[in-house]
Design a protein around this ligand. Sequence first.
Ligand code: FAD
Length: 322
Amino acid sequence: MRVNSARGSVTFDCSALPYDMLPSGAFYAEAQARIASSPNVHLETGAVVIGVPERMKQGWHVETSAGAVRARRIIDTRPAVAPQIGNVILWQSFFGQEIECPPARFDTAVADLMDFVETTSDGIAFRYVLPLSTTRALVEYTVFGPRPLSPLHLSRAQDDAIRSVTKGAAFRVIRDESGVLPMGLTQSPPAVETDYARVGLMAGAGRESTGYAFQRIQRWASASAASLRHNGFDVAHRADALPQRAMDRVFLTVLRDKPELAPELFVRLFSRTDACRVLRFLSDCGGPLDVASVIASLPLGLFLRQLRTAFEWPSMRLRSAR
Ligand SMILES: Cc1cc2nc3c(=O)[nH]c(=O)nc-3n(C[C@H](O)[C@H](O)[C@H](O)COP(=O)(O)OP(=O)(O)OC[C@H]3O[C@@H](n4cnc5c(N)ncnc54)[C@H](O)[C@@H]3O)c2cc1C
C-alpha cells in the first residue's frame, strides 16, 4: 500500500494483515440465503417505514409502505438525522468508480490508500486507487471536511482522478459508489430504551478516526444476536475504550483545525511506524505497544495542544465504555 503527498511518499507491506475487497453483492446474497433458511426471520425489502414508531400498551406499532407491523422490541438502524454541518467533527464524503481500461497497466501489487491532492475549501482531499487487475481498478475521490458533499459536487475531481490514472486512455465505467460517513459524532448517541434501540453509523457504529464500520458492525451483530438469544436486549454500540476515543478525537480535531498538515501527518504515521502496528490500531485490535508506536510517530506538542478541544464535545464526556 502507498500513502503519497507532495512532500513525501511511503509504500508499506501489509501482507501480514491482508487488505480484501468484499463485493456487496456477495455479502447480500449470503445474508439473504441465511435469512431465507431461517423459519423465524422475515425480510421485507422495498418497504419504507413511515413516521415515528408508536408505543402501544405492549410493544410498538410501526407503519410501513407494506402495511403495519407490531413488534415487542425494535432495533432501528435508520440514521436518526440527515448528514448536516455540525453533527460530526468531520464528514468523509467519497465518490468512486470501478473502471475497465484495456490500455492501462495497473500495478496489482500496490494500492494507493491515500494519494493527497491540494487541500481545498471543501477539506482534505485524496485519491484512492485499488487495482483489481492490470486493466481494472476502483478509483475514488475522498474529502474529509466540515460539510457532507454529494457525488455531484465531487464529480469533477473524480474525473480528474480517473484521468490521472488512465493517463487520458479510453475507459469504461463498470459501476459507481458514493457515501458520506461521520467521523466523530458531536452529540451523544440516543439513549437505549429497554425495547427500542437506535444503532448504525449515526448511533456510533463507526470508528471515529476512519469512518470504518464494516467489521465493527459484524462484531456488533454477533454480540447482539447472542444477547437476543438469551432474551436480553444488549444491542447498543459499545463505546471504544477511553484512550482510543481520546486519540481519535485529538487526531480529528487536528485534521479539522489544521487540514493543510494532513498529508504530512499520514505520511509520517505510516513511515515512522511499522505499518502492521498502524493497521492493527486502526482495525481496533491494537495492543499497548501499537498504541505507543502510533503516538510516538506523531508530533506530540501539536496533539497535546488539541487535547482540551477534543474533550469539549458532549459525546466525549457522556458516553462511557461498558
Ligand atoms: C459505498 C460505501 C462503501 C463503504 N465501504 C466501507 C468499507 O470498505 N469499510 C468499512 O468499514 N466501511 C465502509 N462503509 C461504511 C459502513 O460500513 C457502511 O456505511 C454501513 O453499511 C453502515 O451501516 P448502517 O447500518 O449504519 O447503515 P446502512 O447500511 O445504510 O443501513 C441503513 C438502512 O436503513 C434503510 N432505511 C433508511 N430509511 C428507511 C426507512 N424510512 N424505512 C426503511 N428502511 C430505511 C436503508 O435503506 C438502509 O438499508 C461504506 C459505506 C458506503 C456507503
